[in-house]
Design a protein. Structure first.
Length: 724
């Protein structure tokens, strides 16, 4: 593929060994045969132009035709024959020079048991590469590099890259593993795969010899405090260059004009590779979405008469990804969704819509775990996408935004349906964990669930944005600070429309609380992924677009956790300051982990570490004798595993006893002055158990999915923000 960039090898590659170098010719060897003299040109320009035979007589200048017409006979110029190198030449170059490590000359000698001296360097035969040799070596280097990128890509084969729908690997093998022999759409798809592979490659020519190998990356993901961002920066540079090449190739091959399943997959992946615009994620993918959505619609119509197309677009992950992304983008942009109800019916393989989540949860389970999983997953997809498709008319369209008042009925329904989706997550995870099958099938099932959880989370942030914009645009003199009032003042009730703004204030608190729950759900996803050893940033975890959305919004969802008052601060019951620290520490660990692939997403790490230090300082105010260092912290995983193994009626069990002195109460006390604190210390009685604060964890069927992961404290469904 001629448009793949050529990279200069670093100086730390191994030194060429004598066995890998070509043998110099000996003095006794016969001289090489002389090149054949070029064939003399017998045709002149005039005869060639007239397409007649050019006859020449011995001893005469010029041909007979030119002499007869009195013309000057000029020999026609010949074009140099262009020789095309084929696979045999590349194979010969590999046999001559070996693999990529033997090409080039390092600046430093190799480390070996024999010291490198100038005399030993003199014994190394000198190689004089011709221009042809250099070109053949460049071809080999590019082929080796592309092969490594594809291998890295397929190391993390996932449902997010649609390889099960378009079957690129089979097409690549049928083409003899030569990119130029692929179809136009598959060439662009291969270019996108190469760019994604650059995000997870371990090629030593790119990262250096000390970079962690892909085989060790899963173990590294389980470790903490290792900064991998330098490797992520190198990967990002190559990925950016290859993405530009893929985008140019898509335009050259006409993918924006010709509809095919492979072309739709390529456009979706290129959109994932492009950076988010600076003005926020609401305008992401407008151009690409417009193109591939209309192509999917065309393919759905074509599938009625083409079985091959039907197999690739009807009910496949590729088409459902385009449909789901269209629904979410339309909700954020306030525009009507692209797909019609009839096209959705075709996408469902001409089947009726599944029941809603409440109805599906009440249905009796089937003996087949796989059927139970797909039933609930399908209902979850329709529940979230139906809400997103209705959102423009109710909240975000131009007409809805310019209306004098917000559609309160739809906003209340929006909150209710989002909460139902979040409450369904634990059951969806439970059904997923009961699945049996191959390792790839189980990984894909987990990836689908993660993506759908984050889709519901994104809608929670959308509601907060709309409500905050409404309150920010309220008329002057209504209320100076809506959140500061515990109850509406009687004097303010006489203002026109005051009751509406009071209801909007309550809605804002509900929206903020929903964002808080969604933020803890994000932390739960990060923690589960790290504990499973899945490298953050790989397409096995999430598609690259969702990864960028999650970490670019990190200040927003981290602020939602920080601003929520803990139980010690008079806030939400069951949400302690230790839970805050727990969430922040896992977030910091996730930022370090994402650096191996996305170095640009690690900029928030210093801010998160500073917030952790501030929280640890504030924690001392509530637990003064619990001297826990900032670096060591509390082993929350061990703590909560002990709690889950303890019997509920063990009154003597105290999960905090290992980290606290015996005399410190588990239940925090509020104090305002040092005198009150001294009086508190002198009047301490028997330590009370904190079990009543944590009895709503994983065993409670009414707990939110946030606490389903080991080590996270659940927030009950019935919990609401403190009343106004």
């Amino acid at each position: 593929m001629t448009d793949i960039p050529v990279y200069t090898l670093p100086a730390n590659l191994p030194w060429p060994t004598p066995s890998s170098l070509p043998t110099p010719p000996s003095s006794s060897a016969p001289p090489p045969p002389l090149a054949k003299a070029p064939r003399q040109q017998k045709s002149c320009a005039a005869c060639r132009l007239r397409r007649v035979k050019c006859e020449r007589r011995d001893g005469e200048d010029g041909c007979v035709g030119c002499r007869t017409r009195g013309l000057q006979c000029v020999v026609a110029e010949t074009k140099k024959r262009v020789t095309r190198r084929n696979g045999k030449r590349v194979k010969a170059a590999k046999e001559l020079y070996g693999e990529v490590e033997t090409i080039g000359s390092p600046k430093t000698p190799p480390s070996s048991s024999v010291p490198f001296t100038s005399s030993s360097a003199a014994n190394v035969p000198h190689i004089s590469y011709s221009s042809a040799d250099t070109r053949l070596g460049t071809i080999e280097l590019k082929e080796n590099f592309m092969s490594n990128l594809l291998d890295s890509f397929f190391t993390f084969r996932s449902v997010t890259v649609f390889d099960g729908d378009v079957d690129f690997r089979t097409a690549f093998d049928l083409a003899g593993r030569r990119i130029d022999q692929l179809s136009d759409a598959n060439q662009v798809l291969c270019a996108a795969y190469l760019a994604i592979g650059a995000r997870c490659t371990d090629h030593p020519g790119l990262l250096g010899p000390n970079a962690p190998r892909l085989s060790d990356l899963r173990d590294i993901s389980r470790s903490v405090d290792r900064d991998l961002s330098p490797y992520g920066q190198a990967r990002a540079e190559v990925c950016k260059e290859l993405t530009v090449k893929a985008l140019a190739l898509a335009d050259e091959k006409g993918l924006f004009r010709k509809a095919s399943p492979e072309g739709v997959a390529a456009l979706l992946l290129i959109e994932n590779l492009l950076p988010l615009p600076a003005d926020g994620p609401a305008s992401v993918g407008t151009y690409f979405a417009h193109i591939y959505n209309h192509q999917v619609r065309e393919l759905l119509t074509r599938a009625q008469n083409d079985p091959e197309v039907r197999q690739k677009v009807q009910g496949t992950v590729l088409s459902w990804t385009a449909y789901t992304r269209d629904a979410l983008v339309s909700a954020f942009l306030g525009q009507s969704a692209t797909f019609s109800d009839d096209e959705l019916w075709l996408l469902r393989s001409e089947e009726d819509a599944p029941p809603g989540l409440p109805e599906e949860l009440l249905r009796p389970l089937s003996p087949s775990h796989e059927q139970n999983y797909w039933r609930l997953l399908t209902s979850f997809v329709h529940w979230v996408t139906d809400l997103a498709r209705e959102t423009p008319a109710g909240l975000t369209s131009v007409r809805a935004m310019k209306a004098p008042r917000m559609n309160e009925a739809f906003a209340a329904e929006f909150v209710k349906r989002i909460r139902v989706a979040m409450e369904t997550v634990p059951e969806l995870k439970r059904r997923m964990q009961l699945l049996k099958g191959g390792q790839r099938f189980l990984r894909d099932a987990a990836t689908l669930v993660r993506g759908l959880r984050l889709s519901a989370v994104n809608l929670s942030f959308l509601l907060k944005r709309v409500v905050d914009d409404r309150i920010a645009a309220r008329p002057a003199g209504i209320i100076s600070d809506l959140g500061a009032l515990a109850a509406p003042s009687p004097s303010l009730q006489t203002l026109p429309g005051q009751a509406y703004w009071d209801r909007l204030a309550i809605l804002q608190r509900e929206a903020n609380f929903q964002v808080f729950l969604a933020s803890r759900e994000i932390v739960s996803v990060l923690k589960e992924t790290l504990q499973a050893g899945i490298p953050l940033g790989s397409h096995e975890w999430l598609d690259l677009r969702s990864i960028q959305l999650m970490f670019t919004r990190l200040p927003l969802w981290m602020r939602a956790i920080l601003d929520q008052p803990s139980q010690e601060e008079g806030g939400l019951e069951g949400f302690t300051i230790d839970d805050k620290l727990h969430d922040l520490r896992w977030t910091a660990r996730a930022i370090r982990s994402i650096g191996w692939s996305f170095a640009e997403l690690t900029t928030a790490l210093p801010w998160v570490l500073s917030e952790i230090a501030n929280l640890e300082t504030r924690r001392v105010l509530f637990y003064p004798t619990a001297s826990t260092s900032a670096a060591e912290g509390i082993d929350f995983d061990s703590l909560l595993s002990q709690l889950s193994s303890a019997s509920p009626d063990s009154s003597s069990f105290s999960p905090l006893s290992s980290g606290f002195s015996p005399g410190v109460p588990s239940t925090p006390h509020e104090f305002t002055t040092p005198a009150e604190f001294d009086a508190l210390l002198t009047s301490l009685g028997e330590e009370t158990s904190p079990l009543h604060q944590l009895d709503t964890m994983d065993g409670d069927p009414n707990s939110l999915g946030i606490g389903a992961a080991v080590g996270a404290t659940a927030i009950p469904y019935g919990s609401r923000p403190p009343p106004l």
